[in-house]
Structures are given as C-alpha cells and as structure tokens.
Design a protein around this ligand. Structure first.
Ligand code: KG4
Ligand code: ZN
Length: 354
C-alpha cells in the first residue's frame, strides 16, 4: 500500500548507509534536457545520459514549454534505461532514486517527478526530491572528489544569479542576488538581439572570443545591497545602443558588441562575488549553474582567486549545464540525511533554495 511506502523506505535507510558503495539514479527534466545518471557514493559518475531538446526549440528562438513536456514524455524511459545500461548496473542494484522537483517548467518537471515516483514505488526504493539549484552546486562535488562545504557559491543560471553561503551541513544563506534579470537570461536576450539565436549564452561566448570588448561603453549598474546584481539596466542600455547604431547606420560588428556585453556582465559578477569573498573572509569559492561554462567568467575568476589566494572550484564543462549526475549527487547527500520524499511528491515550479 502506498501509505506504507515511506515507512518501509525509512526502515531501509540504516542498511543503505552502511553499504560500502551506494548507487543513486538521478533524473532531471526541469527544462529542455531529459537526463538520467547513475552516481556512486555521490562522487563517481557511472553514467550520464543527456538528451538535449535544443534542435526542437531552435525554430522558436527559445524553449516552448508544451514541446518540452512532450519530448520529456517521449524520451524519459529511453534515457533512464540507457543510463542504467551504461552504468553496468541493474535497477535492482540502485539504492535510491533522486529527481528534480523544482524550480523549472511545471509540465517538464511533472514528467520526471511522475516517472520517478512510479519507478520508486514499483521497485520499492527510496525517493528523493532534489532542488535543481542545489544540484548545480553539487556538480562541484563530482568534479572535485575531496571538496566539501563550507564555502561561498555563486550560482549563475538561466533563472538565478545568487551568492550563497553554504555551511558544512549543506544549509544555505543568501548573501546577494539579482534584483531583476538573471545573468543567463541577460546573455540570452543580448544574443537574441544580436541575431545569434538560441541558446544564446554559449553562442555569445563563442563570438566574443575574437571581439573587442571596449567597443561599447555600457553602464555599471548600482544596486541597493552591497552584494546584489542588476542586469536589466545593462540589457536595456545594450539594446538601445544597438538600435541607435542601426537607425543612424553606424557600422558595428556583432562580435565587438557581444564581447562588450559579456565583459560588462562578467565584471559585475566578479566584482560583487570577490567583494563578498573578501568581506566574509572565506577561502573557498564555488561557481555553479549554466553560466559557469562561460569562458571569460572562468578566466576572470581564476585570475582574481589567484590574487587573493582563494581556492576556486568550477564544475568541468560537461557538468555546468543541466544534467542528472548533479541531481544524483545532491540526492546522495539528502539520502544520508534521511530526507526521503513521500509518493505525494509534486513538481514545485517556483521552488526556492533559500
Ligand atoms: O543552469 P542552466 O543550464 O539552466 C538553468 O537552470 O537555467 O543555465 C542555462 C543558462 C542559459 O541562460 C544559457 O544561455 C547560459 O546558462 N549559458 C551560458 C553559457 N553556457 C550556458 N551563458 C554564457 N556563456 C556560456 N558559455
Ligand atoms: Zn540548470
């Protein structure tokens, strides 16, 4: 009976925790990637399957939620089966199933959550609901096997630009955050205006490599909070400058404009984050989220942390974007804490970390 499900899972916890090797199956469907992965002991990736829907959304210039949900439904079973196969394990070897419960697109999240619930119930295994943002932070624990909190973490993704204090128990305190747009959102918008298409961030990063970042002088936004960000003013100034040049037939190259915008965003992220690092006297800085793949951001943080003697951790590039290995890694940590989900687990599109 489902009512006995959670009780039965909690009774298994001690036995699972005493195992030499714990295997968690992670499932991620919060946006436009259908992903599944098997992770050993929260650190070793045995498989990491990601089915990207990018070609399906490119035509529309962004993620179409209805298309995303349908594609997740079509692919999820194949992706999970492939993740199990590549791990060399059977479902019976898996100790727990972790799934992204939010934040994200509600229809997309529901596919993963429903699938994980059915799988957990049918296979009589513990279920863990994972916050997607916590997953991004935990990607660092996969890339750096000896890394453990505490530390300060900059989370930069399509929906987040947050400086977060992570304590030794994985508790989170907000240090600063964006007052308007997220960094990824700003990159995507700027890329769209430059005609670079979707997904904008990586394309803007690529063309910026040969651009002159001093071509445009963009404003340096002011924020109320010392460690807060603001990108909407920067974005509007950028769009207005482009329109102006177009109307006046002033020649410009896309790569110079892209490089100028990228520099302005990265300058702000680096400035506020390093201010927090210094004020709070922390020696460990983590970067997480899709924007952590940005080449200029990685270079600038590497340089700044060398100057201050701060230990810097950024996920390997293949773990920066959405994937299920990070969900399994976060799920592993929750499993050890006994944070199991009931079968009533629901998608939470606006789920907060803090
Ligand atoms: O974490 P993520 O994959 O999904 C969310 O949880 O939002 O982040 C996606 C965001 C998008 O805005 C994408 O354009 C941005 O990360 N992004 C980048 C780069 N790669 C991904 N932005 C700048 N430079 C990149 N190389
Ligand atoms: Zn993400």
């Amino acid at each position: 009976m489902p009512s006995n499900y959670i009780k039965a899972q909690k009774e298994k916890l001690a036995a699972i925790k005493s195992k030499k090797d714990i295997f968690v199956l992670g499932i991620e469907t919060s946006c436009d990637e259908t992903a599944a992965s098997v992770v050993k002991n929260g650190r070793d990736i045995l498989s990491n399957v990601v089915f990207s829907q990018i070609p399906m959304h490119t035509l529309y210039g962004g993620v179409v939620p209805e298309i995303a949900s349908r594609a997740h439904t079509e692919k999820i079973d194949i992706v999970v089966s492939e993740a199990l196969k590549q791990s060399g394990l059977d479902l019976s070897d898996i100790d727990a199933i972790a799934v992204t419960k939010g934040p994200g697109l509600v229809g997309a999240l529901l596919v993963g959550v429903s699938y994980a619930k059915a799988l957990a119930y049918a296979s009589d295994k513990p279920l863990i609901g994972v916050n997607h943002i916590e997953g991004h932070i935990c990607a660092n624990y996969l890339s750096f096997k000896d890394l453990n909190p505490p530390g300060l973490c900059l989370v930069v993704s399509g929906g987040h630009s947050h400086i977060i204090d992570v304590d030794a128990n994985d508790s989170y305190t907000l240090v600063g955050c964006t007052q308007d747009d997220a960094a990824g959102e700003a990159f995507d918008k700027a890329a769209r205006v430059l005609g670079l298409g979707y997904p904008g961030g990586p394309k803007l990063d690529a063309v910026s490599k040969t651009g002159d970042d001093s071509f445009l002088s963009l404003p340096h936004p002011k924020t109320q909070g010392k460690y807060d960000f603001s990108f909407s003013g920067l974005k509007t100034a950028f769009i207005n400058t482009l329109h102006n040049m177009q109307q006046k037939n002033i020649p410009y190259s896309v790569k110079d404009c892209a490089a100028s915008f990228q520099k302005a965003v990265v300058d702000l992220l680096v400035e506020k984050t390093m201010l927090a690092v210094q004020d709070k006297n922390v020696d460990t800085l983590l970067i997480a989220g899709g924007v952590s793949a940005n080449s200029l951001l990685r270079k600038r943080f590497t340089e700044e942390c060398q100057k201050t003697g701060t230990s810097l951790y950024m996920p390997e590039l293949f773990l920066c974007g959405d994937n299920a290995a990070m969900i399994a890694a976060a799920g592993h940590r929750q499993l050890l804490k006994g944070n199991l989900a009931e079968l009533s687990l629901n998608a939470e599109p606006a789920l907060k970390l803090i």
